[in-house]
Design a protein. Structure first.
Length: 225
């Protein structure tokens, strides 16, 4: 959850002077994720994915995505949902303060749990991805008046959790590390690549930065040699 905070009594802003994010319980994984760390660029070939990354994803503890399941099954965050369909839901990301339009940040969570990451996307998922793009634009326009071209939609790789989701932000918003080249893949580009080659995500080499606190760091560093 998050809280708004005010640094003084005078000229209070409705969104607060600061935004405080709270993670509870904060696991060792959370602490590592938000700790300062150096990064290396890795080249994840299809072979490295099958030997190193895919087993890591398959061994990912189900408890790490329990919060996703609870939202999808209607047990939590239901009042925040902006759009819901049999394929996905859309709601504000915790990074957004719900007030500042220039930093608008939404997330789409797909219901199909077999899609864990970018690597699992195939040509058969193109209709799903196009529907996400269309509905995100419709919600942004109807609720906040954001016109065509006013949104940046992207997919993280590596993602912070292995249940497929799409990030949607104001096109003017700069969100730091999460939008770095390599980690953030534009939804439009992913759709275009799948239209050219339905199996490209399984066969391409992905190059991205990986922090030294990531669970894959040592294994992927060794695999580069």
């Amino acid at each position: 959850m998050w809280l708004a905070g005010w640094l003084s009594e005078s000229e209070k802003q409705p969104q607060g002077d600061v935004k405080i994010n709270i993670i509870r319980p904060a696991t060792e994984v959370h602490i590592k994720k938000y700790s300062p760390q150096s990064c290396i660029l890795v080249h994840e070939t299809p072979d490295i994915y099958r030997r190193v990354v895919e087993p890591y994803i398959s061994a990912f503890p189900p408890e790490r995505v329990k919060w996703v399941t609870e939202i999808l099954e209607g047990r939590k965050e239901q009042s925040k949902i902006l759009f819901s369909s049999p394929e996905f839901i859309m709601l504000p990301d915790l990074k957004w303060d719900l007030h500042t339009l220039s930093s608008l940040y939404l997330v789409v969570i797909v219901r199909d749990s077999t899609i864990r990451s970018l690597r699992d996307l195939r040509g058969s998922h193109i209709p799903l991805l196009k529907t996400i793009r269309r509905e995100a634009s419709a919600v942004a326009q109807s609720r906040w008046g954001i016109q065509q071209g006013g949104l940046r939609m992207f997919i993280h790789y590596q993602p912070s959790y292995y249940h497929f989701h799409v990030h949607i932000v104001n096109s003017n918003y700069e969100a730091g590390m999460g939008m770095n080249v390599g980690q953030a893949h534009l939804l439009d580009d992913v759709i275009s690549l799948l239209e050219l080659d339905p199996g490209i995500m399984d066969r391409r080499t992905l190059t991205y930065g990986l922090g030294e606190q990531h669970g894959l760091y040592q294994a992927l560093q060794a695999a580069q040699e």
